[in-house]
Design a protein around this ligand. Structure first.
Ligand SMILES: Nc1ncnc2c1ncn2[C@@H]1O[C@H](COP(=O)(O)OP(=O)(O)OP(=O)(O)O)[C@@H](O)[C@H]1O
Ligand SMILES: [Mg+2]
Length: 513
């Protein structure tokens, strides 16, 4: 019998080491039924590791204890956790892509009839769950063909089917649009109100404000404390996370660095036959250009068309006075134009290669391919990159899979910088990156600009674009609908950007603002 005078989940004295790495040390964590409990901490603090232990995927070191509803729990594996009512939706989703929605929902708990798997019964049982979630797909759809937001819903349906008491979501919104995110939040709040304990991991403060009833913080693998909703203001959370007070947002001094007059990149009337419907802009040496706009406005598509990743149906691309029109990413990179993808899972880092291999991958020919000298030089480059981007790892030989999510993102950035670009397109560069490391990335962007690179930053977080860009292009419906300049001591305002996004401000007004 569930008891409500006890926390539904108690983890006590949990430790985990990976060889020399102490990922968790004597961590305690408690969650109650009917709460959304945010778990926060810097990249590599141990959040995902703790939740993998809860999900039965990792075995903790000896000595710890997990209790569910007051009773001790022995997690032999993911199946045992699932059967006990713990469902973990991992940072990297873990569905079987070749199976149907219903088969995934009941994976490991298949229904049988006459000794065979009863697909019809599973489809019937899945239907009301999907209806409850308002899912726009069928039990018989193959999961691999569904978009990410839909796959996440399948995982939630799986939790409902298991009658979960504890639901863990590890950075669930990193690849969702605003509308999908809002839908997910409503769903999560509904589940909380039905009495689930929800453990929610995110680096986005706005999501914590919106959702969390309590916030627990890990720092360097240790539990440092829990705040109630009333106590959990940003400054307090951040100081618990990093162990000291920090300015939670990096503000650049727009007056300090006049952009050089030299035009590096000129994009003329580029269209892709889809969302991008004719865009022109320039990027100067030493300049950081932001691209703002709603999801669906065509920001990533524009960057992809310029950088040779998708096909252009119209338009020209000029770099340092030469027309380049790259037909492939490789051609773009060779010409000095590089794109950092927003989706590192799909086309980003190679998880089973080392940090060192990932970093030098794009530039193998530059380090004499064979021979000890080449290898030593490569290793040195990799170590420099680790230091420069503050990648948290014991050494450069570690497989990227063993890095925390935010540190994987930094490896990807390191690899692109190795190609020595002239113009760098960064698509949501701080997604999944903790507050401390965010300022490191902003500083890095500034430093690269100071070296004379041109940088284009696409970001959905307006304070971020405003904080780092010298000039902001605002996209709407596949076109550049306005352009805003930051002046000395006069940053662009969110209102000015929103006015262009919603079409209540014109380009001319925006200039005057
Ligand atoms: N399989 C593994 N082998 C070696 N080290 C690992 C492994 N898995 C995790 N680690 C290390 O354990 C530490 C904690 O990682 P974890 O993924 O739990 O961090 P996190 O808090 O989830 O970070 P992020 O916010 O970046 O996702 C990191 O130093 C990471 O490199
Ligand atoms: Mg993580």
């Amino acid at each position: 019998m569930p008891r409500d005078d006890l926390p539904v989940l108690e983890m006590r004295g949990i430790s985990k080491t990976f060889g020399p790495v102490r990922a968790l040390e004597d961590v305690s964590f408690t969650a109650w039924a009917g709460e959304i409990h945010a778990l926060m901490g810097e990249n590599g603090a141990g959040k995902s590791t703790l939740m993998k232990i809860l999900g039965g995927i990792l075995k903790p070191d000896r000595g710890g204890e997990i209790r569910l509803g007051g009773a001790p729990l022995h997690l032999e594996g993911p199946k045992a956790a699932h059967a006990a009512g713990i469902v973990v939706i991992h940072q990297e989703l873990a569905l079987a892509p070749n199976l149907t929605v219903a088969e995934n929902i009941f994976l490991g708990e298949e229904m049988h009839r006459f000794g065979r798997i009863d697909r019809a019964a599973m489809n019937r049982a899945a239907r009301p769950l999907l209806e409850r979630l308002g899912a726009p797909f069928a039990p018989t759809d193959v999961v691999g063909r569904l978009p990410l937001a839909a796959r996440q819903m399948v995982e939630i349906a799986r939790a409902l089917a298991a009658r979960a008491r504890v639901l863990v979501m590890d950075e669930p919104t990193t690849a969702l649009s605003e509308r999908e995110t809002e839908k997910l939040f409503t769903l999560i709040e509904g589940l909380r109100d039905e009495g689930l304990a929800i453990i929610y991991i995110s680096h986005r403060m706005a999501e914590i404000d919106r959702l969390a009833d309590r916030v627990s913080v890990l720092r360097d693998g240790r539990y440092v404390g829990t705040l109630t909703r009333a106590e959990a203001d940003h400054a307090r959370i951040v100081s618990l996370m990093v162990g000291r007070d920090v300015a939670s947002f990096y503000k650049k001094d727009h007056a300090a660095k006049p952009a050089r007059a030299e035009v590096l990149l000129e994009v003329r009337d580029v269209a892709d036959g889809g969302r991008v419907r004719g865009c022109s802009f320039t990027v100067h040496a030493g300049e950081v250009v932001g691209i703002a706009g709603l999801v669906g406005a065509g920001r990533s598509e524009l960057a992809r068309a310029v950088c040779g990743i998708s096909r252009r149906t119209r338009g020209e691309v000029w770099l340092e006075g030469r027309r380049i029109d790259p037909a492939s990413p490789a051609a773009a990179i060779a010409a000095g134009l590089v794109y950092l993808t927003e989706d590192r899972k799909a086309d980003g880092v190679h998880l089973d290669m080392s940090i060192h291999e990932n970093v030098v991958l794009a530039t193998l020919s530059r380090h004499a391919r064979l021979g000890v000298r080449g290898l030593a030089a490569e290793r040195a480059r990799a170590r420099e990159a680790i230091a420069r981007l503050a990648i948290r790892t014991p050494h450069e030989r570690l497989k990227v899979r063993a890095l925390s999510g935010g540190n994987q993102q930094k490896v990807l950035l390191a690899r692109l910088l190795e190609t020595r670009p002239r113009v760098l397109f960064l698509d949501e560069p701080t997604r999944g990156i903790d507050v401390g490391a965010k300022s490191e990335i902003y500083r890095l962007i500034d430093a690269l600009a100071a070296e004379g690179l041109g940088i284009v930053v696409i970001s959905s977080e307006l304070p971020e674009v405003i904080g780092i860009a010298d000039r902001i292009l605002v996209m709407r419906d596949g076109r550049i609908a306005g352009e805003l300049h930051a002046g000395p001591g006069a940053p662009v305002t969110q209102e000015a950007i929103m006015a262009i996004i919603t079409g209540t401000g014109t380009k001319a007004e925006a200039h005057a603002a």
